[in-house]
Write a protein that binds this ligand. Structure first.
Ligand SMILES: [Zn+2]
Length: 227
């Protein structure tokens, strides 16, 4: 079911949710900052903006999610004590971003679309269902801004949290964190945005270093990159 932004804003407010999250790679996050917009994968492609490919891209096109923007209601790295699969850059938005959406509607996934087997998807179908089954702490139930293409980052972007995987690029004689920080700062200067970038403070017992370590040998979409 498609909801109006106002309905979802009111619903999340009643749950005490004030922040929405979006994680991405340094490359894609830099494209957002340069444009001062959060941008769907489809619009990034149309505008020929740099974005890191994701293993779900083909499926997202088939499921008609290509022009959608995904927001989480929880900081997955902090809560899951692991690296976020979508990238080391976390945008934190004031929930008022939902009030800025002049057009478009919002849907909420029941499960992660990467697991969907039906083209129709698995969405919440009513407000009653949301009230009984929505859990803001799961990593599956995402706020999806449908067919929006893009929307302004400012004034809703509150801060950026950047992981420090402690990776050294020997070729460049620099480390991932400072390279990524520099890329994001430059992108912000181009996009005329002045937002704090904070280094991630991992929760006790966080396993993200294992994820980043594994990334180098096994799992492409975990590789921290500043391309
Ligand atoms: Zn961590």
């Amino acid at each position: 079911m498609e909801f109006t932004p106002k309905k979802i804003f009111d619903f999340l407010n009643t749950r005490g949710i004030t922040t929405l999250y979006h994680a991405n790679t340094v490359s894609t996050a830099s494209s957002f900052l340069m444009a001062n917009k959060i941008i769907s994968r489809g619009e990034c492609e149309k505008l020929d903006l740099l974005q890191t490919s994701q293993y779900t891209d083909n499926k997202d096109k088939r499921l008609c999610l290509w022009n959608d923007i995904f927001l989480d209601t929880t900081d997955i790295h902090q809560r899951g004590k692991r690296a976020n699969h979508y990238g080391p850059v976390l945008f934190e938005f004031d929930i008022d971003i939902l009030n800025s959406l002049e057009t478009g509607s919002i849907c909420i996934t029941r499960t992660n679309p990467s697991k969907w087997t039906k083209l129709s998807g698995e969405w919440f179908s009513s407000l009653d269902e949301l009230e009984s089954d929505f859990d803001e702490h799961t990593f599956e139930q995402m706020i999806v801004l449908r067919h929006l293409g893009s929307t302004s980052l400012t004034p809703y972007l509150k801060r950026i949290v950047l992981d420090d995987p402690r990776v050294i690029y020997t070729d460049y004689k620099t480390d991932f964190y400072s390279s990524a920080f520099g890329s994001l700062k430059l992108a912000m200067a181009i996009g005329k945005i002045d937002i704090t970038i904070e280094k991630r403070k991992c929760p006790y017992g966080c396993r993200c270093m294992t994820s980043y370590g594994v990334a180098h040998t096994k799992d492409d979409h975990f590789i921290p990159t500043f391309e």
